[in-house]
Design a protein around this ligand. Structure first.
Ligand code: ZN
Length: 185
């Protein structure tokens, strides 16, 4: 695998394409990426922080979407990169129960690095409309979703509650990483 020094994702995972936004999910599965999980997202992050490439290539989701694109967000796949954390099988939002595969701090921390990488590669700004979780799509993009709650809770930090609180924390971490990258390049 080829990586540039400041990049966590191999360059061959990042084909040239016009991409507008990054939508972050969890798989509602186990801590490892299955073939089924890989079919729905461009990039997955396992519980220990390992990154796994999904089956669809990112450029399949450039507008207009091509056959075999990643169908990760209802009515919002065109121009959208889908990244997913492998976790939260059997989880319940309220009363909160993270289930048998809770989101780990390691995969959350890796998410910020992966998203920063994608922002840099595709020239995507860090805003609530362009870097967001699935749970924020309805409020931030006005595209109705069917009660998706990835992410309204972070299993490793129960003090963070709600889609906006989780999304803001993600964007702050991505911005901090982009700033560090700029300073060291
Ligand atoms: Zn989702």
């Amino acid at each position: 695998m080829t990586t540039s020094p400041l990049r966590v994702l191999p360059v061959e995972w990042l084909p040239a394409a016009q991409m507008k936004r990054i939508i972050c999910h969890w798989t509602a599965g186990g801590h490892k990426a299955t073939e089924f999980d890989r079919g729905h997202y461009h990039i997955l992050i396992e519980a220990d922080g390992r990154v796994v490439r999904g089956t669809p290539s990112i450029d399949k989701n450039a507008a207009p979407v091509k056959a075999g694109y990643a169908a990760h967000t209802l009515n919002c796949n065109s121009g959208s990169i889908g990244v997913s954390l492998c976790c939260m099988a059997g989880a319940v939002e309220s009363p909160f129960n993270p289930g048998k595969a809770p989101m780990t701090k390691a995969q959350w921390d890796k998410l910020a690095v992966v998203v920063a990488d994608l922002c840099q590669r595709y020239g995507i700004p860090v805003t609530p409309q362009t870097v967001l979780s699935h749970a924020e799509v309805q409020a931030n993009l006005k595209i109705p979703q069917r009660g998706k709650w990835d992410f309204t809770r972070l299993a490793f930090d129960p003090s963070i509650i709600g889609a906006k609180a989780c999304g803001d924390r993600l964007r702050a971490a991505v911005s901090a990483h982009l700033k560090t990258t700029k300073e060291t390049s």
